[in-house]
Structure formats: C-alpha cells, structure tokens
Design a protein around this ligand. Structure first.
Ligand SMILES: Nc1ncnc2c1ncn2[C@@H]1O[C@H](COP(=O)(O)OP(=O)(O)O)[C@@H](O)[C@H]1O
Ligand SMILES: CCCC(=O)OP(=O)(O)O
Length: 370
C-alpha cells in the first residue's frame, strides 16, 4: 500500500522543538504523530545567537524522523514563522531571502526565527516545498491602533497569530459562521501572553506581549514608563541584563522564581501568600486586557476564547470565566494548537484553497501557487 505524503511541522520554542506529522486531506489535516523534544536549558544557553542553534535543532529533527517506523514520505514542511517585518496573515513560501532575514536580521531575538530555516533545510533534503504560517509578525492593525502617543514609537503587532487564528477558526466553525465574519476576544496564555481582538477574521488589536501587555509567567509585560527610563540610565544593569530580566526572567518568575504555574498553584494551596498575590494580579491584568479587547469590538463579540498552557488550569479558567462572562460566552481551548495550524496552512496551499505569499511580502504583492 502506498502511503500519502505527510506534512511535517516544526515549532521551535526557547527550550523545546515541537514536531508533528499530519496527513493532508482536501485542505484539512489529520494528526499522525506529534513530539516535543526538551532541550537542556544549559545547552541552549551555550549558543550565543539563536542562529547558532540551527544545526543542533536540525539534528533533533533528523533523529525524530528516523524513529518513525517504516520511514516517512513528506509532501511539505511548515515551520513557525518568526520575528519578521510586518506581514499579512496567511501562508508564506520559504525562500533563501526569507531564511537569510530570519537568521541574520530578525526584528527581535526569538526561537521562532528558526522555523523557516529548519523547514527549508528539511524540505531541500526531500525536494518538497517549505512554508511558514501566520508568523508572529502578522500585523493587521488599523492605522488608529498604531498611534502610540509618541510619533517615534508607533504601536506595532507581535502576536501569537498562529494559535489565535486557529482558535478563531475553531470557534467560527462551531458557530457555523465563516472565520471572515467572526468577532472574538482571544486570550493566549502561555509562557508569554497575547490578548487579542479579532474583528471580521482580522487581528485588529492585541496586547503585544512586551508593550502594553499583562505580565506572564516569564515576561514583564507593560511597565511604568518613567521609572523604567530611570532604571535604563541608572547604570544598574547593562542593556543585555535588563532585557533578560524583563523578557525571560520577568513576570511571575521575577516574583516567585518559577515559570511553572502548576508550581505556583501548589504553593498557593500550601498557604503561600506572596504566590497568591502574584497569581491574583496576573488574572486581574488578564481580565483588564480582555475587557479592553471587548471594548475594541464595541462589546459585540461572538465569544471569548481562553487558550494556551494556562487554559489547562481550572483555577485560571474559573476566575476568568467569572470575570468575563458578562461580556460574551467564554470558550476554553486549552494548550496551543500551533502544529495543527501549521499543517492546515500548508494543506490549504497544497489543495489550492489558498495561495502562498512570496517573500519579501509587499502590499498587494505576489502570491505563488506551490
Ligand atoms: N495544568 C496547568 N495548570 C496551570 N498552568 C499550566 C498548566 N499546564 C501548563 N501550564 C502553564 O502554562 C505555561 C506554558 O504554556 P504553553 O502554552 O505551553 O507555553 P509556550 O508559550 O511555551 O508554548 C507555563 O507557565 C505552564 O506552567
Ligand atoms: C509574539 C509571539 C511570539 C511568542 O511566541 O512569544 P512568547 O515567547 O512570549 O510566547
């Protein structure tokens, strides 16, 4: 029996590389297998630059593929897209220029910058196309949302677009309406957090996790700006130290020394008052952000979606549902649905339901059939 060519998904995280194999079927996908490789934190810290991890992670993928009984025939590879320049939502075909941008001139340092290079490396070995889908630099903000109050620092979009759009599609399907007609608030609550407003299928506003965002297990989120300026110039920290403190060691970690919310909840159950205060403050900030996104949608949303790792927590879900259900019905889609969303994007292109954008993506730019 010949086996259908599968779609390989690659999702590089700070200390993990997640893989999936999916069978495409007329623009949809069925999961075949998924795996997460946990990389040693010290080993990852030994790489000076994210780009230096390429070989190491490529080796991990080769090992994953070698474990598939009977081998695997691939038809396409879809990688998580990184901190690119602003792009529309959708699928982008990986080419050399995109790989060079992601490796050498990304807007910010982030493991997702390796999604395109890794996808290309595997795709080349198999002679198949490579894509990225809904990268974190998806920017659908209207002009009014870009005005920050200081012309040199306009607001911009970095958002968990892949999971947020996948959850939006799922809600739209459940409601029997097209995604393009969906209005919803999505709270992606992972190690980093994005709270976003989807209006007619477009992410028209989001908390931008290091701009005006709630804090999260490891990100400081938005901070009091005048004291932050003082701290920057105080000489207390170097640029790199302060960036690390706010970005990977901020939020819950800065207060409690852990990024694992299960541990935090266990400490609260054991009577730890500081843990309880920090947890409550984070939920309080989530509620404020969800309310702000509901306001962006004129309080006319089809639903509020709670998703990401923290949506596994009954305490988080209960607290947010109680605080937000007056705004719209609350739907809980725990975990991230990124692998399936990556595969579905590639499958839509392979089935001809959608065309891929070509990099560099310019307004009204070229789309290519693959
Ligand atoms: N059952 C749970 N209860 C509470 N928190 C959880 C649970 N499962 C995962 N988390 C928390 O979710 C966060 C990770 O979310 P996830 O979406 O997996 O992260 P990432 O941003 O790395 O993809 C961690 O802080 C983790 O402790
Ligand atoms: C903007 C989303 C990119 C991302 O994955 O951010 P976190 O690392 O904060 O989850």
């Amino acid at each position: 029996m010949t086996r259908a060519a599968l779609i390989l998904t690659i999702n590089p995280g700070t200390t993990t590389t997640r893989f999936g194999l999916f069978a495409p079927d007329a623009g949809a996908v069925t999961p075949v297998t998924e795996a997460t490789i946990e990389h040693d934190e010290k080993a990852m810290a030994s790489f000076a630059e994210i780009a230096d991890q390429l070989e190491f992670r490529a080796q991990a993928i080769a090992e994953f593929l070698s474990t598939i009984p009977g081998g695997v025939t691939l038809g396409a590879v879809a990688g998580r897209g990184g901190m690119l320049s602003p792009v529309p939502a959708g699928v982008i075909a990986v080419n050399d220029a995109l790989v060079a941008f992601a490796l050498h001139t990304p807007v910010y340092r982030h493991a997702s910058n390796l999604g395109a290079p890794l996808a290309q490396a595997i795709a080349r070995q198999h002679g198949i196309p490579a894509f990225i889908v809904d990268p974190v630099s998806v920017d659908e903000l209207p002009d009014v949302a870009r005005v920050s109050g200081f012309p040199e620092l306009p607001r911009f979009s970095f958002v968990h677009a892949l999971n947020i759009r996948a959850c939006g599609r799922r809600l739209a399907d459940g409601l029997g309406k097209p995604f393009e007609g969906l209005n919803a608030v999505v709270a992606h609550m992972g190690a980093g957090v994005s709270i976003a407003a989807i209006k007619n299928g477009r992410i028209v506003e989001s908390s931008n996790r290091m701009e005006n965002s709630p804090f999260s297990p490891e990100r400081a989120g938005g901070l009091p700006i005048m004291p932050l300026i003082e701290l920057c110039y105080s000489g207390k920290y170097t640029h790199a130290e302060l960036t690390r403190k706010l970005y990977g060691q901020g939020g819950v970690f800065a207060y409690l020394g852990t990024k694992d919310m299960r541990q935090v909840e266990a400490r609260i159950a054991g009577g730890d008052a500081q843990a309880a205060l920090v947890w409550e403050a984070m939920i309080y900030q989530f509620r404020k952000a969800i309310g702000a996104m509901a306001a962006v949608l004129d309080f006319q949303s089809d639903g509020i979606i709670l998703t990401g790792g923290m949506a596994h927590s009954p305490c988080v879900v209960e607290a947010l549902t109680a605080g937000c259900r007056a705004l719209a019905p609350v739907h809980v889609y725990p975990g991230s649905h990124e692998s399936e969303a990556l595969a579905a994007g590639a499958a839509r292109v392979m089935a001809g339901v959608e065309t891929a954008l070509n990099w560099p993506v310019v307004p009204g730019g070229e789309r290519i059939a693959c």
